[in-house]
Design a protein around this ligand. Structure first.
Ligand SMILES: [Zn+2]
Ligand SMILES: [Zn+2]
Length: 212
């Protein structure tokens, strides 16, 4: 966030979709950094961390490792464990709803509504048509697309499945992310165009900023 010039000292909220290390591991270094950052000494507003049941216990275990006391911060850290399909307030006027996904016992996709704009992020998931219903007509539909084709792991998506969900959801725009190395030598736009996705499909990359 600092390298990209983002306003990280004012970060309001974090969403944790599930407890695989590539989705939750960053919390430890982040909270270890915020404890000591001069930019945060005077911060009063809370940082809210939303996620599935078990999140608080997980963060406490990170905190206990080497006695980092990660929750002992200059500002309040609120950990909010969400209930499936129950609305929660992320910030005033920004509303979230999470739906269970077939990936791990605790994995969820999230739907965010902010001033009439909507976004769905699948996080990691196996194929499930319900995700398309959850993302119906959103402004931005962000999907994992771990594999190009012939996926070796059931609990992730490959391109044909991601495109199927996009065609069914009919979002204003879609974005694919969570690419495994088999994507490295693939011409993304050409590969996506082969499937005729029906919506604009963006390939996520580090540092990409888009306005919804
Ligand atoms: Zn995962
Ligand atoms: Zn992952």
């Amino acid at each position: 966030m600092a390298a990209l010039g983002l306003d990280w000292p004012n970060l309001d909220a974090i969403w944790i979709s599930h407890f695989h290390m590539d989705h939750v591991g960053g919390l430890g270094p982040l909270l270890a950094g915020t404890k000591h950052a001069s930019q945060l000494k005077k911060r009063e507003k809370a940082l809210r961390v939303f996620g599935p049941s078990g999140l608080e216990d997980l963060i406490e275990r990170f905190s206990d490792a080497n006695h980092y006391r990660l929750l002992d911060q200059p500002f309040p850290v609120e950990i909010v464990e969400i209930e499936e399909l129950e609305k929660f307030e992320i910030l005033p006027g920004v509303e979230g709803v999470a739906m269970k996904t077939p990936h791990t016992a605790e994995s969820h996709a999230i739907h965010i509504r902010d001033a009439g704009k909507t976004l769905v992020y699948t996080a990691d998931t196996a194929f499930d048509e319900k995700i398309a219903t959850f993302a119906r007509k959103v402004d931005l539909f962000i999907l994992e697309c771990t594999y190009v084709k012939d996926k070796p792991a059931k609990k992730h998506l490959e391109l044909a499945e991601a495109i199927f969900l996009i065609r069914k959801a009919e979002p204003k725009r879609a974005m694919l992310t969570h690419f495994y190395p088999e994507w490295d030598d693939v011409d993304f736009d050409k590969e996506v165009a082969n499937y005729g996705p029906g919506s604009q499909v963006i390939g996520a990359k580090d540092g990409l900023v888009i306005k919804i």
